[in-house]
Design a protein. Structure first.
Length: 215
């Protein structure tokens, strides 16, 4: 195999900083040493990876292809290295968690210290990028635990009830609906309703209200 991790770091650094001198400083290599590595790589691949435009280095189409691969692979390698370091420190497991809504994260800080005392070898990671769509992330293996509010059970997953989350409406004291013991979807037919900017099919307010009414 021609490509090595150092080659990916080389291409990424040169593309980001534009010159061999600056890339060499980042990689802790001399400009001449980095130039020799790049020339050797291009020779072994049989095509140039950068155009030399004066002092600036610009990726060729082949360089862009390798750069894209480097940007995918290097973060993954960094994650693996960090996981191995955790294992070396005695943290035997990583639990990746996400929820359906950013507002659900506010109660996690109060739970995590108790979890850490009970399971000190487990490192909990909040995967915020999976928020709003945690179930697909769970099925893809990108997270290990999803906290959801819908009742659409998937036979491929195991569900454990955590708590009941009551849906409430915030109204001024003089609002005509403020004294009602409970509200239905029909009560909001002529009201301005402020909700998170999500498609109606993904918004709990819409889905739960529609489930309880024909509105």
């Amino acid at each position: 195999m021609i490509l090595e991790t150092r080659h990916l770091r080389l291409v990424a650094a040169v593309a980001e900083h534009g010159t061999l001198a600056q890339a060499g400083r980042v990689l802790h290599l001399t400009q001449s040493g980095l130039s020799r590595q790049l020339l050797d790589l291009e020779t072994r691949l049989g095509l140039p990876l950068f155009h030399r435009l004066g002092k600036r280095m610009v990726p060729t189409p082949a360089g862009e292809r390798l750069l894209a691969a480097a940007r995918r692979a290097l973060p993954q390698l960094t994650d693996v290295e960090e996981e191995l370091r955790r294992l070396a420190r005695g943290q035997a497991a990583i639990l990746r968690v996400s929820t359906e809504c950013y507002t659900c994260y506010h109660w996690l800080p109060g739970v995590l210290p108790r979890f850490a005392r009970r399971f000190p070898q487990v490192d909990v990671q909040i995967v915020a990028e999976a928020t709003h769509h945690p179930v697909p992330a769970l099925l893809d293996g990108r997270i290990d635990l999803a906290i959801v509010s819908n009742d659409d059970h998937d036979d491929r997953l195991a569900y454990v009830p955590l708590f009941t989350d009551e849906l409430v409406a915030l109204l001024p004291p003089d609002h005509p609906l403020s004294h009602e013991p409970f509200l239905t979807a029909a009560d909001f037919a002529d009201q301005h309703l402020f909700v998170y900017l999500l498609p109606p099919g993904e918004n709990d307010v819409f889905t739960k209200l529609r489930r309880s009414s024909s509105w």
